[in-house]
Write a new protein. Structure first.
Length: 250
């Protein structure tokens, strides 16, 4: 079973036994191995887990978004220890990530990469790839491509010596070029918004839902999200076409 030790400057969480076969401290962000296929499926069906192997990614995302150092993971022959540091390296990172996420609807990968770069003066492509446990600098593209396009991060140099950094002025003043929009919202976030809206306003028409959560979202996006929630059994409906009404399953 899990155990933990709380210190003034850190929290150490220890789990007996090594990581699953095929998972190492160097690939834990990208490699998923189910210890027990049947238990994993059962907990997923009971909605007690989002997906297998997502916990460490979430720790990275939350800590970096809060201006804290990335977690340390140590594996020995008989245990795995994760250390979470209490110290906030840069308090301004918290507002920066929150505003960037609100404006651009960042993916989890983008939040992690942006959090890392916001905490450092600069990182080379090789350094960033190493921290993100990527096999090459070319693999950085899904993590930083859009951040560069939106000028959330800057670059200087070429190839592996390329340096990536966040403009200190942008970090302080949060003066983003983009405008807040829900057009790029990720499907799982849209589904969560719709579900929360239907809990507050049951028996709603699709047009009413869209008006409340954001009229800039395309109607087809809302319909796809509703269909997905219905398939999962989280939303039900009655009626047909323009008379159709939706409500959340409590």
């Amino acid at each position: 079973m899990w155990g933990g030790k709380q210190h003034p400057d850190r929290l150490e969480v220890v789990n007996p036994g090594p990581l699953p076969l095929g998972v190492t401290p160097q690939n834990v962000l990208h490699t998923t191995v189910r210890r027990n296929e049947h238990l994993a499926r059962l907990f997923h069906d009971l909605k007690l887990m989002e997906r297998e192997g997502s916990g460490f990614d979430k720790i990275f995302e939350v800590l970096l978004s809060q201006g804290r150092p990335a977690p340390d993971l140590i594996e020995t022959h008989d245990r795995v220890q994760v250390t979470v540091r209490r110290r906030i390296l840069k308090p301004e990172v918290i507002d920066f990530i929150a505003k960037a996420d609100q404006t651009y609807q960042l993916t989890q990968r983008e939040r992690i990469a942006l959090g890392l770069l916001a905490q450092h003066d600069a990182m080379t492509a090789r350094e960033l790839a190493n921290v993100l446990e990527l096999p090459s600098v070319e693999a950085l593209q899904p993590w930083i491509k859009r951040l560069l396009e939106w000028d959330l991060i800057q670059s200087a140099g070429r190839t592996q010596a390329t340096r990536y950094f966040v403009d200190p002025g942008l970090l302080r003043h949060l003066d983003f070029a983009g405008e807040t929009t829900l057009k790029r919202i990720e499907p799982h976030r849209l589904a969560a918004l719709i579900l929360e809206d239907l809990k507050r306003y049951p028996e709603s028409a699709i047009g009413d839902i869209r008006q409340r959560i954001g009229s800039e979202i395309h109607p087809k996006q809302v319909k796809r999200a509703l269909d997905g929630l219905i398939e999962k059994g989280e939303v039900r409906f009655a009626g047909d076409k323009r008379w159709r009404r939706y409500w959340a399953v409590s």
